[in-house]
Design a protein around this ligand. Structure first.
Ligand SMILES: *Cc1c(COP(=O)(O)O)cnc(C)c1O
Length: 335
């Protein structure tokens, strides 16, 4: 049985939350892109404009997730990923804003120049480490142990209280729904770059409210689609549990495609490069090299193969990541 919006709002409001993001994020028509592609009408939901530290989806996620860190009395936010990780930049910024210490363990990969996200993480005052990729896991483990030995209570933003990142996008689903209603937008599908949390939160929110919009995820990393769906279903059940939603959630609820990644995470492909240039040139809108350009390449491929047609409506959720552009001039053919 679907829950009412008021009831869901009430349950979300019962959870700890830090109000940091500039919400609601705008939703805008991409008319020139839609005309150029000759397919469905495309709108963009600007989660790249969440305000703090050049925005992105983690800022919305952190409202609920980092609230848990604060509840637990944590005094250090830790993140570890690629050198150009958006989440590392956002972790560093939110730590600064809250007066906490930030530790970023990146890696000495192909984009470890002090540019883009890495430059910003440094500006936000994070302690930055860039070990060789094969040493990264050991460096993080040692750092966590050292912090604890020094009397700190570290919070790892990838793993700790992770379900609250999806909870934040249940809230995002409420926002999107209200906005679409106000603007008379009736989506046939939502497209997004799907790591896990945003996708899962949207599906739980929409399903909980009894809204049958299709949500299509495009993976930024190589993975098995069926295994991803199983993992998403598990996270979704946990998320529904936090909100006491009585929902049947199964892998079939999670449609995602890893076929647009190319050789690896963070590696620009011909298609993602073309999508990034196209959206920039048609709309004056920036996508990013690792996530949204691949999601857009997926959407364009699906339009090209006839899955979506004129008369239909797609909402593309822009999850952010644009600061990384500055470390990708060469791959994007702009050097
Ligand atoms: C982290 C990230 C994602 C994936 O986010 P989830 O939290 O897994 O939903 C997608 N796009 C960008 C730009 C990101 O930084």
């Amino acid at each position: 049985m679907a829950i009412s919006r008021e009831e869901l709002r009430g349950r979300l409001d019962g959870l700890p939350r830090l109000h940091m993001a500039a919400l609601p994020t705008p939703i805008e028509p991409l008319d020139r892109l839609s005309a150029h592609l000759g397919g469905p009408r495309i709108f963009v939901k600007r989660e790249d404009l969440t305000g703090v530290a050049m925005g992105g989806n983690k800022i919305r996620e952190f409202e609920y997730q980092i609230a848990q860190a604060v509840e637990r009395g944590c005094d250090v936010l830790v993140h570890s990923a690629a050198a150009q990780s958006n989440q590392s930049r956002q972790t560093a910024a939110v730590a600064a804003k809250l007066g906490l210490k930030a530790v970023v363990v990146g890696r000495d990969d192909a984009h470890a120049q002090s540019q883009g996200n890495l430059l910003l993480a440094r500006l936000f005052g994070a302690e930055v480490h860039l070990p060789a990729p094969q040493e990264q896991a050991a460096v993080v483990a040692a750092k966590m142990e050292a912090l604890r030995a020094e009397g700190h209570t570290p919070f790892h933003t990838s793993t700790d209280a992770r379900v609250f990142r999806s909870v934040a996008y249940v809230d995002g689903a409420l926002e999107l729904l209200a906005q679409c209603e106000q603007q008379g937008i009736e989506p046939d599908a939502i497209y997004l770059c799907s790591g896990a949390y945003t996708h899962v939160g949207l599906v739980v929110g929409l399903k909980g409210l009894g809204v049958d919009w299709r949500v299509v995820g495009i993976s930024p990393s190589p993975r098995n689609d069926q295994q991803a769906a199983e993992g998403h279903a598990e996270l979704a059940r946990e998320c529904a549990g936090v909100l006491e939603l009585d929902l049947k959630l199964s892998p079939e609820d999670f449609e995602s495609y890893a076929g647009f990644v190319g050789p690896d995470y963070g590696v620009v492909t011909e298609e993602s490069k073309a999508a990034l240039h196209l959206v920039a040139e048609q709309e004056g809108l920036l996508l990013d090299p690792s996530y949204t350009s691949k999601a857009m390449a997926g959407l364009i491929a699906h339009i090209d193969d006839g899955r979506w047609q004129a008369g239909q409506t797609i909402v593309f959720l822009h999850t952010g990541g644009t600061p990384a552009l500055f470390a990708y001039a060469k791959e994007l053919g702009c050097e």
